[in-house]
Design a protein around this ligand. Structure first.
Ligand code: TUI
Length: 314
């Protein structure tokens, strides 16, 4: 399964684990990289020194390449950007904004820079800035999302740029991987599936909530505030959506979500916390090691592509 992405990143399979804030630590990233994918540490809003520790944890567990996701809304982003260079990280993905101000320093350090984009226009801009690839993330994803879903987004981004495109949003098994490749993507990024990985250390209550979720359970809060976030339906989303429909103020709504991801991931309060997960959560219900997940994704995707190859003969 060679693509420009596997070649660029030095990985065996075109599978990248999403850099989920709080959930994607050094242990998960190293396990994914050891299994032949690309593991990503999610810096989220963590202080730079905490990110440095996660990077060192990953280095102790793998000699394979791994990446760090910089969440650009984080007040710590400037310091995290420096730590990534100091620690010799090879790949950076960015989310929730424009990474422009960090690009020159990262590129000078030889880091591959792969921003998440939510539109073809944004992808074109990232290519012009000199980014190495883009992740086209559809709004099926968990967490902070854009407006366009994966099926229309990926081919439009593929047509808009010459750099390789990684598809994300709504991909949970080998069928999704095969479909993304059909749309012109050269790798996939998956978050929700890795929440149930043995090496992912989110609270047991969080895992159980993802395991039990149905297709309709992934809701979007914050459309009115300009910070739309997809998470699993619970007491918090019910209250938030009711207040949002009643026209609550930006401050009232934002206050409900401050620290809420940590509450769910670390404390296991999946009623009042934010249980970020994508629309594919309904399909994600197996506890497996990262190695089992990646092996299964690859064999399913291959089987899927073989099963439709008859179309090439007519
Ligand atoms: O970043 C994500 N997903 C995230 S970040 C996050 S942390 C958080 N915690 C609490 C509240 C809010 C966030 C949780 N999930 N995905 C990548 C992503 N980036 N999705 C969409 C975008 C995006 C959107 C607009 C990227 C760029 C963009 O515009 C670029 C520009 O020029 O501003």
């Amino acid at each position: 399964m060679k693509t420009r992405i596997t070649e660029m990143l030095g990985i065996k399979y075109p599978i990248i684990q999403g850099g989920m804030a709080w959930a994607a630590e050094g242990t998960l990233a190293a396990a994914v990289s050891n299994a032949g994918g690309l593991g990503i540490i999610g810096a989220g809003a963590a202080p730079a020194e905490a990110v440095r520790k996660m990077i060192r944890d990953a280095k102790a567990l793998t000699d394979k390449p791994f990446g760090v996701n910089v969440m650009l809304l984080s007040p710590e982003a400037d310091e995290v950007a420096d730590v990534i260079i100091e620690e010799g990280v090879k790949v950076v993905t960015t989310g929730a904004g424009n990474p422009g101000k960090y690009l020159a320093a990262w590129q000078e350090a030889g880091i591959k820079v792969i921003p998440v984009v939510a539109s073809a226009t944004n992808a074109r801009m990232m290519e012009k800035f000199g980014c190495d690839a883009v992740i086209a993330e559809g709004c099926e994803s968990g967490g902070h999302i854009g407006d366009i879903s994966t099926m229309p987004l990926v081919p439009q981004v593929v047509d808009a740029v010459g750099i390789p495109v990684i598809a994300a949003g709504g991909i949970g098994d080998g069928r999704g991987v095969a479909a993304a490749l059909m749309l012109g993507a050269e790798a996939v990024q998956m978050g929700t599936r890795f929440l149930l990985a043995d090496e992912c250390r989110v609270h047991e209550n969080y895992k159980a909530k993802v395991e039990k979720a149905k297709d309709i359970d992934a809701k979007v809060t914050g459309r009115s505030t300009g910070h739309p976030v997809r998470s699993l339906r619970n007491k918090m989303t019910n209250k938030y959506l009711k207040m949002e429909a009643e026209g609550a103020s930006f401050e009232e709504l934002e206050n409900m979500t401050v620290g809420a991801l940590r509450k769910a991931v670390v404390e296991g309060d999946v009623d009042n916390g934010t249980v970020m997960a994508g629309q594919i959560a309904g399909l994600v219900n197996k506890r497996q090691s990262c190695e089992e997940i990646i092996k299964e994704l690859v064999s399913e995707a291959k089987e899927c592509i073989r099963s439709v190859s008859c179309f090439a003969e007519v």
